[in-house]
Design a protein around this ligand. Structure first.
Ligand code: 4NP
Length: 143
């Protein structure tokens, strides 16, 4: 299984989803591939936001080596599932879908809830981490 986590900037939320999912995949001995990307292009090549690195580190997950990239249409071919954080990410990714098969790969990480953008509110990083962890745990088979 190949999973892509997507948010707007690929520096706050999707790097957390990427790191948390990778740690769960390892913990459960799954041979899955995980990556993340942003719909926007502002931060390409950058490491995650220092506040995301810090909150992940607090809970034992190292995301410091990740490197921001932009979502590309070919991601629809490579990945089996594409998880987005909020409805605007959902609209942006679906807008790039070429057909129904592409569309069917795209889901909100939390299904009925949205993961808020913490970029302008540092107090959101801890609750966002917890929400993303809950979403990632649901993806593990048997959960
Ligand atoms: P993210 O947060 O989508 O969770 O990575 C953001 C990071 C940067 C920007 C927006 C959202 N930005 O506009 O630069």
């Amino acid at each position: 299984m190949k999973i892509l986590m997507v948010c707007l900037g690929n520096i706050c939320r999707s790097p957390l989803a990427h790191g948390i999912m990778e740690s769960l995949v390892e913990k459960h001995g799954l041979n899955w591939e995980v990556d993340s990307a942003g719909t926007g292009n502002w931060h390409i090549g950058e490491a995650p936001d220092s506040r995301s690195i810090a909150i992940a580190k607090k809970y034992g997950v190292d995301i410091s080596k990740q490197c921001c990239r932009q979502f590309r249409v070919s991601d629809f071919d490579y990945y089996d599932r594409i998880y987005v954080m909020d409805k605007s990410n959902l609209a942006d990714v679906l807008n790039l879908a070429r057909n129904m098969a592409d569309e069917e790969k795209v889901k909100l990480l939390l299904d009925t809830e949205v993961v808020p953008d913490p970029y302008y509110d540092h107090k959101l990083f801890d609750p966002v981490y917890q929400m993303i962890k809950r979403g990632c745990e649901r993806i593990i088979p048997g959960n």
